[in-house]
Design a protein. Structure first.
Length: 269
């Protein structure tokens, strides 16, 4: 489905009925990454909204730069379009950075938060330099090189060895992304706010999902999140990397559904 929102054509999925759950994809991906969750959550009695963020998937690719605030405004515009007042919102990696922005600027729209293989801190100077170098390389060589580099950080080594079909799928997703979308989002990632010292202000039910073999989000980042959020539970997915929801979907879904059933029974009745 598509809707003209916030000045662009935004593509999204809308499956099931019941309490609304919005899932925000990571960089440089699309809503396709939530395929294993959509069916499971819809069958469990939830309405699952999965937008393609601007610049990605089937959404329009406007000129950048983008920002976490701009992505957040798009999400709220989609909620308004769908006449959803409040939702559980989950964000993976970059989606988690957008979720922090939503909690700061639109707290009344969030019932509970799911932080999925993400962190509260901003980029270090080294990380910023790496992103800029990657962008220049992509401008010269295309997205193939980025896809190869991303596989190593997105998927656990064990997944790469045992699940070549998933590797090929993720590679295809990345290589089909419009370079303008990648560039726009990269600038947003570089300029995003550090929320590490603000975590105590987000006093709502929260789920922190990490992965045992995630090379992109080290354990100390998960500890900062889990120890800083006043009302959260932590779930570590074994034998999975940054894309734990695809690598170990059954375990991931069990963790997410357990949290959703609890918070929705308490906050959306």
């Amino acid at each position: 489905m598509k809707a003209h929102l916030n000045g662009i054509s935004l593509s999204y999925g809308d499956s099931g009925s019941g309490p609304a759950v919005v899932l925000l994809h990571g960089f440089p991906l699309s809503r396709d990454m939530w395929r294993p969750q959509i069916k499971a959550l819809a069958e469990a009695g939830f309405r699952v909204i999965t937008p393609d963020l601007r610049g990605f998937g089937e959404s329009e690719v406007p000129e950048g730069p983008y920002s976490m605030s701009l992505f957040s405004d798009d999400v709220v515009a989609l909620l308004d379009h769908l006449k959803i007042d409040r939702a559980v919102i989950g964000g993976m990696s970059m989606g988690g950075y957008i979720l922090f922005n939503l909690l700061e600027r639109y707290p009344e729209r969030v019932v509970a938060a799911c932080f999925i293989t993400t962190r509260s801190s901003s980029d270090s100077e080294t990380a910023k330099a790496g992103r800029l170098a990657l962008l220049e390389k992509m401008k010269k060589e295309g997205t193939g090189n980025m896809a190869e580099l991303s596989i190593a950080s997105l998927l656990a080594g064990e997944t790469v060895r045992r699940n070549p079909e998933l590797v090929n799928t993720v590679y295809r997703w990345i290589t089909t992304v419009d370079l303008r979308g990648i560039e726009g989002a990269l600038h947003g990632l570089l300029e995003r706010k550090d929320y590490s010292t603000f975590l105590e202000n987000f006093d709502l039910p929260a789920l922190v999902i990490g992965a045992e073999q995630d090379s992109a989000i080290p354990p100390e980042d998960l500890r900062v999140l889990s120890e800083g959020l006043p009302n959260n539970e932590l779930c570590i997915i074994p034998q999975a990397g940054h894309m734990a929801n695809l690598e170990q979907p059954e375990t991931f879904n069990e963790c997410l559904l357990r949290f959703l059933r609890r918070v929705c029974s308490q906050n959306m009745t």
